[in-house]
Design a protein around this ligand. Structure first.
Ligand SMILES: [Zn+2]
Ligand SMILES: [Zn+2]
Length: 342
């Protein structure tokens, strides 16, 4: 029997009776990171990195969480588990599992570019590598984040000259903080949607510095907003929440902005290609760096990507999982897939 198997509850290590990112309640869940599709409520015991724990606690409520440091080895019934930086969001980890020379790595979500906020990705050698494929198509190629942030700040500056509010949408955990860190605070005040500010507060409370932000509330005079920046959740666009900003310009920061149509469907004037996942070249680079021959492809373009890997000589299979990719980022995926293949 393989050290890890794939069950209807999630990735399972039978020898240790441990699941990795299970989507149903289990006795013992090891969690790669705090996004909703990887970190689900109802398990009896959770294990994650020390820096991932505060936000998981905040999102899941009062759950039983044990933490480890990166690289620390936790042995259960002879199986050695350790967590290694995935570079995806603060505290995110790839989970390495070893027993009698058999080594697996479950990557969760990951990205190779160091964003200066998440602990930087480290390749981990293994024989079996479980990878996501959120952006596993050749069309997805990121430009360096410095260029993306320069574009966003230029756009903010131009909007400010027109006395317009700039609103950029970003997922509340991860993307919002990364965006915040790349904005130029000398241009004006940065306001945040409540869901984002709640997450910021959890992150600041764990001792991580973020640039100053102001929560959007009814108490703020509408006249305060023009020329300034608002970071909003993608779901807030088109809602009454936006009315207070008057004639705002809306930008969306997402890997999906690579594709025609995605910006329009988000109700955005501008799309900024910024992702916390690997693009196509970095997925291939990461897989090569692991040295693994056996690749298991989860959420994303699983069928297309695993087929491509088989063409390169890997023993690659696609997996049915209930990981969804960043919830807000996945909403138009089916349509995107069709628009790419035609
Ligand atoms: Zn994620
Ligand atoms: Zn994911």
């Amino acid at each position: 029997m393989a050290l890890l198997t794939f069950t209807d509850r999630g990735i399972f290590c039978e020898r240790a009776n441990v699941y990795i990112d299970p989507w149903k309640p289990v006795d013992y869940a090891m969690i790669t990171h705090g996004h909703a599709d990887h970190s689900r409520w109802g398990s009896k015991h959770y294990l994650c990195t020390r820096t991932a724990a505060p936000v998981i606690n905040y999102r899941l409520g009062d759950v039983n969480i044990e933490t480890v440091e990166y690289g620390e080895v936790k042995t259960i019934n002879g199986v050695k588990f350790s967590f290694h930086p995935a570079g995806h969001i603060i505290g995110s980890a790839q989970i390495r599992v070893e027993y009698k020379g058999e080594i697996w790595v479950a990557s969760g979500d990951y990205k190779l570019e160091d964003d200066g906020l998440s602990e930087a990705y480290e390749p981990v050698k293994c024989q079996h590598f479980i990878t996501e494929s959120t952006f596993g198509l050749p069309v997805y190629r990121w430009v360096p984040q410095e260029e993306v942030f320069a574009d966003i700040n230029d756009w903010w500056r131009a909007n400010k000259e027109d006395n317009q509010v700039s609103v950029v949408t970003a997922y509340a955990l991860g993307k919002a903080q990364r965006l915040l860190q790349g904005l130029d605070p000398s241009l004006g005040t940065i306001y945040t949607h409540g869901a984002i500010e709640n997450t910021n507060e959890v992150i600041r409370a764990q001792g991580i510095d973020l640039p100053p932000t102001v929560r959007v509330t009814q108490a703020i005079d509408k006249k305060e907003y023009p020329g300034n920046m608002v970071i909003a959740t993608p779901g807030a666009v088109g809602q009454t929440w936006m009315k207070k900003f008057g004639r705002a310009r809306v930008g969306a920061a997402s890997g999906w902005m690579t594709l025609r149509g995605a910006r329009r469907r988000r109700g955005a004037d501008r799309g900024f290609v910024l992702s916390d996942h690997c693009d196509w070249p970095s997925l291939l680079e990461a897989i090569d760096l692991t040295g693994a021959d056996n690749i298991y492809v989860t959420h994303g373009y699983t069928a297309l990507f695993s087929k491509y890997l088989r063409g390169l000589g890997y023993n690659a299979v696609e997996l049915e999982t209930e990981y969804e990719g960043e919830l807000a980022e996945i909403e138009t995926k089916k349509e995107e897939e069709e628009s790419v293949s035609t």
